[in-house]
Write a protein that binds this ligand. Structure first.
Ligand code: NAD
Ligand code: 2YH
Length: 259
C-alpha cells in the first residue's frame, strides 16, 4: 500500500485550486457541486475531530494539518487531538466532534458520530474521480476506460457501471480483471486492438500506465494515482485535460458521503 509523503501534501490548497479550475472547465461543475450531486448532501457546520494515528509506519508529517486545512476550506470547524490513537479518540469525542477522521497505513476513514455513517477514502476517491471522468463535456460516447482495478479502481468502476457507462478496464492482475468482469460486467480492454477513449479514470500506484493508443486527442484523464500514470509527453502532445490531486478531492467526497 502506497503511503502519502509530507512532500505530496505540500501546498495542497494550491493544488486543489488548480485542479478545481480544470474540473470546472472540463465538466461545468466544481468539486463541491459534484460531491453534492453524487451524495445528495451539503456540508453544514459539522465539527471535524482529527486523530493522529501512530500504528504501522506512524505519523505522516502534514497529514493531520492537511485534513484541518481541508475542513477549514469547506467552511467547517475542526481540531487535531493533542494525543494520538485511543487517547486521541477519547479526546475527539469529548471535544464534541460530529465527524472523526483518522488513518493508519491501510484504511482512512470518516465516521459521523451523529448518524453512524462511515466512509472509506479508497471507495470515496474511486467514486469521485470516476464521476469527474464521466462528466467530461467533450465526450460524445458513454465509453470510459478504467486503468487499475484495486481498491480505488474497483469502487470507481462499480460507480460507472451503475451510472450506465460502457466500462472498459485493464489491470495486469488477471484475478482482479476477471472479478470485475464477473461481478460488474466490465469489458476487458483488448490490448492488441486498443480503442481511444475520451474519458479515462486511472487508479494505480505506477507511472506510464497510459499509452498513446489509449487516449483520444481531446480527453480527460482523472487520476488519484500517485505518481501520475499519464506520461508528460502524451499529456502535452494530445492536450489532455488532467485532474490529479493527492488528498483534498477524496476527502471532500468522504465528508459528503457521511452526511
Ligand atoms: P491498489 O494497490 O489496491 O490497486 C492498484 C491496482 O493497480 C492493482 O490492482 C494493480 O494490479 C494495478 N496496476 C498496476 N500497474 C498497472 C498498469 N500498468 N495498468 C493497469 N493497472 C495497473 O491501490 P489503491 O488503494 O487502489 O490506490 C491506487 C492509487 O491511488 C495509489 O497510488 C494510491 O496511493 C492512490 N490514492 C490516492 C488518493 C488521492 O486522494 N489522490 C486516495 C487514495 C489512493
Ligand atoms: O496514506 C495512508 C494510507 N495509504 C491509507 C490512505 C488511503 N489513501 N494513510 C495515512 C496515514 C496517516 C498517519 N497514520 C497519521 O499521520 O495519522
Amino acid at each position: 500500500m502506497a503511503l502519502l509523503t509530507p512532500d505530496d501534501l505540500e501546498d495542497i490548497l494550491k493544488k486543489l485550486e488548480h485542479n478545481d479550475n480544470i474540473i470546472k472547465d472540463a465538466t461545468g461543475m466544481d468539486i463541491k457541486q459534484i460531491c453534492e450531486t453524487v451524495y445528495g448532501t451539503k456540508l453544514g457546520c459539522e465539527k471535524i475531530g482529527i486523530i493522529p494515528i501512530t500504528a504501522g509506519n506512524g505519523i505522516i508529517g502534514n497529514f493531520s494539518s492537511s485534513l484541518l486545512a481541508i475542513a477549514d476550506y469547506f467552511g467547517l470547524d475542526g481540531f487535531i487531538t493533542e494525543h494520538t490513537d485511543v487517547t486521541g479518540y477519547y479526546q475527539a469525542t469529548s471535544g464534541d466532534a460530529d465527524i472523526l477522521m483518522m488513518a493508519d497505513d491501510h484504511m482512512f476513514i470518516a465516521h459521523n458520530l451523529r448518524n453512524g455513517k462511515i466512509a472509506t477514502n479508497h471507495i470515496c476517491t474511486g467514486v469521485i474521480y470516476a464521476e469527474i471522468a464521466s462528466r467530461y463535456r467533450h465526450a460524445d460516447t458513454k465509453d470510459v476506460l478504467v486503468i487499475g482495478l484495486g481498491r480505488v479502481g474497483y469502487g470507481g468502476a462499480e460507480h460507472l457501471v451503475k451510472k450506465g457507462f460502457n466500462v472498459f478496464a485493464y489491470d495486469p492482475n488477471a484475478e482482479f480483471l476477471e472479478k470485475a468482469e464477473k461481478e460488474l460486467g466490465i469489458i476487458p480492454l483488448d490490448l492488441d486492438h486498443p480503442q481511444k477513449f475520451s474519458m479515462v479514470f486511472e487508479a494505480t500506484p505506477n507511472s506510464n500506465t497510459i499509452s498513446e493508443g489509449m487516449v483520444a486527442e481531446r480527453c480527460l484523464v482523472s487520476t488519484p494515482g500517485i505518481p501520475c500514470g499519464l506520461p508528460d509527453d502524451i499529456g502535452k502532445r494530445d492536450n489532455v485535460d488532467l485532474v490529479m490531486e493527492p488528498l483534498v478531492i477524496g476527502v471532500a467526497a468522504m465528508l459528503h458521503a457521511v452526511l
